[in-house]
Design a protein. Structure first.
Length: 124
């Protein structure tokens, strides 16, 4: 198990970063603020835009990992169910075919034995 690293007070936490900027950042952005190419408000601090991009990228990567795991799990369940049904159907079909083959072999063997017995008996 990994040990937790001790808290370093020199590293600012996210709440400290936002509280240093004042209450203006706490209010949600409105649609009336024009945005630049990155989706950040026009005239926004480039460091904030970079932080936003890094956070977005990290969150997308974390979500992608979760989505991949969930998708794989659901795909396994679906495939398992489909394969179980297919194997059951194939097994039943093979049993029917095998039974038909055995019946035909037995009928042919009985007919041959009866024919051989009839040829051995003298005519009446």
């Amino acid at each position: 198990m990994s040990q937790a690293r001790p808290f370093d007070p020199n590293i600012p936490v996210l709440t400290e970063l936002f509280s240093d900027q004042g209450e203006a950042l706490a209010e949600p952005a409105t649609d009336s603020v024009p945005a630049d190419q990155d989706g950040a408000p026009a005239g926004a601090d480039p460091e904030w835009a970079a932080l936003e991009r890094r956070l977005s990228d990290r969150i997308v990567q974390q979500l992608q990992g979760s989505v991949d795991i969930m998708l794989e799990h659901r795909l396994r369940e679906s495939l398992e169910q489909v394969l179980r049904q297919a194997v059951g159907d194939i097994t039943a079909e093979l049993r029917r075919g095998l039974q038909d083959s055995i019946d035909a072999i037995v009928a042919r063997a009985v007919a041959q034995e009866l024919g051989a017995l009839q040829q051995r008996q003298p005519p009446p």
